[in-house]
Design a protein around this ligand. Structure first.
Ligand code: GLV
Ligand code: MN
Ligand code: MN
Ligand code: MN
Length: 396
């Protein structure tokens, strides 16, 4: 089966009829179906599936052990996301196993395909939740307290998925087995279009994080409350969104996005009592950018007689993938380019602990985290072929 055929196989799972695209979030119905599908595909290939203490799935070719060659990605999506971000890396890994088998290659090292949970943070707000828990870069107690939009805690969701909340957290045994990790991913911008190449190896990931600004005012009646007698938290929220754009534009390479705005209670005829503004900020000196946005938020809140509380929900420093491995793989693939990215990945979380590398596949739309995200079937096949070559080389 080709990587494209495997993508087609899951094309109906988790479609979002309201937003368009896909909404697949950790431990929801779509995620459960995708996990079952992954396990079945792994078993068809004679791989042994295990679920780790944090809910990540591992499919082992042969006996699990140290210095393993591991490849994979995630199957969850952002709300209303595309078909490729995540799944492309998982299906390419499965196809790479087929290709190696077809060539009569049996890995001399332990070998696994992994599927990490909640890479997008689409349900509980922290991206790369599965790999952060595995590596210990997110504390278990903090993770267990995270809440989804319905107020369900991660602890509750984990229990309903059959995990033991007392065992959620760092997993030195699972981490210690990884020798080298390679994640294939659809490219998320115009990088490979501009380079005219179907494939690249990853060079760097910019620093990024998420902050939640909670503005509090006075909930009230939209008709009965005069315009001069309001403390409406939506006002400083709006000013903060505009300030984020203005301030980020003044910092070369910086990005600031508010993609999620949650007014409470959220009625058309109700002045909100609180508004949560979720800020995604990225780039070199992201802390000082966010400090400036926070200052603008405080001024705007005070002007409206509101208060604001700012919490950092996640943070990742800039990552450079192992230059030796990167150059080795680029050479092996005939001198493909090295590409920086503004997107976060499980490979970047793992890179603090193990040698990690990424392969990107061209996205002709240059659009990602949206239904227009795409990869041509020929490029998908080239990506899976490149991954197979890389894995064959690494597992010798
Ligand atoms: C995940 O794709 C992210 O970079 O937000
Ligand atoms: Mn993504
Ligand atoms: Mn991804
Ligand atoms: Mn990502």
């Amino acid at each position: 089966m080709s990587a494209q055929a495997l993508l087609d196989d899951i094309a109906d799972v988790g479609r979002d009829r309201v937003r368009g695209g896909y909404s697949r979030h950790v431990f929801d119905a779509a995620d459960r179906e995708l996990r079952e599908w992954f396990a079945e595909q792994a078993q068809r290939r004679g791989l042994d599936v295990e679920r780790d203490r944090n809910g990540n799935l591992w499919a082992w070719w042969g006996t699990p052990g140290p210095d393993a060659v591991v490849t994979g990605s995630h199957l969850d999506s952002v709300p209303g996301g595309g078909a490729f971000d995540g799944p492309l890396g998982v299906v390419s890994a499965l196809v790479a196993v087929d290709e190696l088998r077809g060539r009569g290659v049996t890995p001399a090292k332990p070998f696994a395909v992994v599927m990490f949970g909640e890479e997008e943070g689409g349900r509980f707000g922290v991206p790369c939740l599965g790999s952060r828990l595995l590596t210990g870069s997110l504390r278990a107690d903090a993770a267990l307290r995270l809440r989804d939009a319905d107020g369900v805690t991660f602890a509750e969701a984990a229990v309903s998925a059959g995990l033991d909340p007392d065992r959620i957290g760092p997993d030195p045994e699972a981490l210690g087995r990884i020798g080298r990790f390679v994640e294939l991913h659809v490219e998320q911008g115009r990088g490979l279009i501009d380079l005219g190449s179907p494939i690249a190896v990853g060079s760097t990931v910019i620093a990024h994080g998420r902050w939640r600004f909670t503005f509090s005012g006075q909930g009230n009646h939209a008709g009965a409350t005069p315009m001069d007698d309001r403390r409406d938290p939506m006002l400083p929220a709006a000013e903060t969104i505009a300030a984020a754009r203005r301030l980020a534009r003044a910092v070369p390479g910086a990005r600031a996005t508010v993609g999620r705005l949650v007014p409470n209670p959220g009625g058309t005829n109700v002045i909100a009592s609180t508004v949560d503004v979720w800020l995604d900020a990225r780039g070199g000196d992201v802390s000082s950018l966010v400090a400036d946005i926070e200052q603008a938020a405080r001024v705007a809140a005070a002007e409206e007689g509101c208060s604001v509380q700012v919490r950092q929900e996640s943070h990742s420093g800039e990552v450079e993938f192992d230059p030796g491995l990167r150059d080795e793989l680029a050479g092996l693939l005939g001198g493909v380019p090295a590409l920086p990215t503004g997107a976060g990945h499980d490979a970047a979380i793992l890179s603090d602990h193990v040698q990690a590398a990424m392969l990107y596949v061209r996205n002709p739309t240059g659009v990602s985290h949206a239904p227009e995200e795409f990869a041509e079937a020929a490029d998908v096949a080239a990506g899976a072929g490149a991954l197979a070559r890389v894995l064959e080389h690494l597992c010798r």
